[in-house]
Design a protein around this ligand. Structure first.
Ligand SMILES: Cc1ncc(COP(=O)(O)O)c(C=O)c1O
Length: 442
């Protein structure tokens, strides 16, 4: 089926045209990415030169050399319906034919208002209020500002290993890697405390004790949590942990912000994983998949949590030029209706669970393998080291499978394919992974 085809490698990637583009990229882009690739090449002994995407459809990407890949990343998890989804493309064409850009918070488009209403209807609390943004980091910034306005307390508790984006507000609360934060520390919010993200029941009770210790200071306005550490390697919170975080936080009159930017909208097999796990947050951040491939994010809040915005009596706002972009709102509306029509949260849960089982069965006993984990179609395969993960990931690319490195030390492969991916592609990927892992640890 179109967009669900097996890999077809016509020239070993990166082919000559990709190499040419990589040179041009290195000359024009800021130098961090080249430096990072060099570091990874040193760690793995394997080239990290990028391929360049040319076209894509469904679960397939074709590069500028004509190689066809199966995309196990879906653009950092953002393409829930796959690449170039027909319904979304049609919505985009229709909207582009009549209105590209409105006037944000002054004169909105009809598409923006429809999307706001759709989001309030989906929220797990009545009379939700919404702030739209363009990136996940925007949604987290909006939530942090909201919490401070409403509680008057600047303190934030966040988790080690959690990722919330890299603009200044989110960077201060981003526990994923110290190296991301450290150079900017003099300009970051100093009122942030990090506590360990638990991986089992015993860790969970220690983390809750640590949380309570910080909450006792009474200076904390928000506790920010990811239901699954996404970039952290797809590590789910232990059962009951999220609910306990919610109860504790409320007791100390702080707000709970849940970052469902990666887990939400069906990716983790639930529409909102926090709700399924008994956490009723005050503020919910959505992003990635929300725009159906266009940059869009949202911070949803209860009326009580959002009340702080009335404090400035109209003189405190949070907006930007492209806020509520009609094009992104139109594709988001299509995305939300397709998720419902195709029951994709359920499909993600069922297909993901079967895949995780298969991965574990086939990988068990291979020396470089540690574990497979996640929920729905948000899956992490932990390997014994970053060097093994980089090597395996790269060899899989030459087989025609696009994967993403993850985990705090890059020791994992992160797999977040479109929720519409056909199972035969997951099966053939599993076989390729087994072969490449055996080879890497030989
Ligand atoms: C859980 C989570 N929150 C926030 C973000 C930041 O989103 P963006 O990169 O769109 O700013 C990410 C991005 O990967 C994420 O995974």
């Amino acid at each position: 089926m179109l967009g669900q085809e097996a890999p077809c490698i016509v020239t070993p990637p990166p082919g000559p045209r990709s190499r040419e583009f990589a040179l041009r990229l290195a000359r024009a882009e800021y130098p961090a990415n080249v430096a990072r690739r060099a570091l990874r090449e040193e760690a793995s002994g394997v080239s990290q030169l990028p391929i360049t995407y040319a076209t894509a459809q469904g679960s397939n990407v074709v590069d500028v050399d004509g190689n066809r890949y199966v995309d196990l990343t879906a653009g950092f998890g953002a393409l829930l319906l796959g690449h170039n989804d027909r319904g979304s493309a049609e919505a985009l064409r229709r909207q582009a034919g009549r209105l590209w850009h409105a006037l944000g918070d002054v004169y909105p488009s009809d598409a923006k208002i429809e999307l706001l209403e759709a989001l309030t209807a989906l929220a797990p609390f009545p009379d939700a209020r919404v702030i739209l943004g363009q990136s996940g980091a925007d949604a987290v910034s909006a939530a942090l500002k909201t919490a401070l306005l409403t509680t008057g307390k600047p303190g934030v508790v966040a988790f080690e290993g959690a990722y919330h984006g890299l603009s200044y507000g989110p960077l201060a609360v981003c526990g994923y890697r110290n190296s991301f934060r450290e150079p900017f520390r003099p300009q970051l919010n100093p009122h942030v405390r990090f506590i360990p993200f638990p991986s089992g029941a015993r860790d969970a009770s220690e983390a809750l004790d640590a949380l309570e210790g910080v909450l006792r200071s009474r200076n904390v306005g928000a506790v920010l949590v990811e239901p699954i550490l996404g970039r952290g390697g797809c590590i789910p919170a232990p059962a009951g942990f999220l609910q306990a975080v919610g109860e504790l936080t409320r007791r100390y009159e702080a707000l709970v912000i849940v970052d469902e930017i990666w887990t939400g909208l069906g990716r983790s097999g639930s529409f909102l994983l926090s709700v399924e796990q008994g956490l009723l947050a005050d503020l919910i951040c959505l992003g990635k998949g929300l725009g159906g491939g266009l940059p869009l994010s949202a911070c949803l809040g209860t009326p009580a949590a959002m009340h702080g915005w009335t404090r400035g009596r109209g003189d405190v706002v949070h907006t930007s030029t492209f806020s509520g972009s009609p094009l992104a709102c139109a594709t988001a509306l299509t995305l939300l209706s397709e998720l419902r029509r195709q029951d994709l949260s359920r499909r993600s849960a069922v297909v993901g669970a079967a895949w995780v089982e298969k991965l574990h069965t086939h990988l068990r006993g291979i020396p470089g393998y540690v574990e497979v984990r996640g929920a729905g179609l948000m899956v992490g395969v932990e390997l014994t080291s970053a060097a093994v993960a980089f090597e395996v990931g790269r060899k899989l690319l030459t087989d025609g499978y696009i994967t993403l490195g993850g985990g705090r030390d890059y020791e994992a492969l992160t797999l977040t394919p479109p929720l519409t991916i056909e199972e035969h592609l997951l099966d053939s990927f599993t076989e390729a992974l087994v072969l490449r892992l055996r080879e890497a640890v030989r």
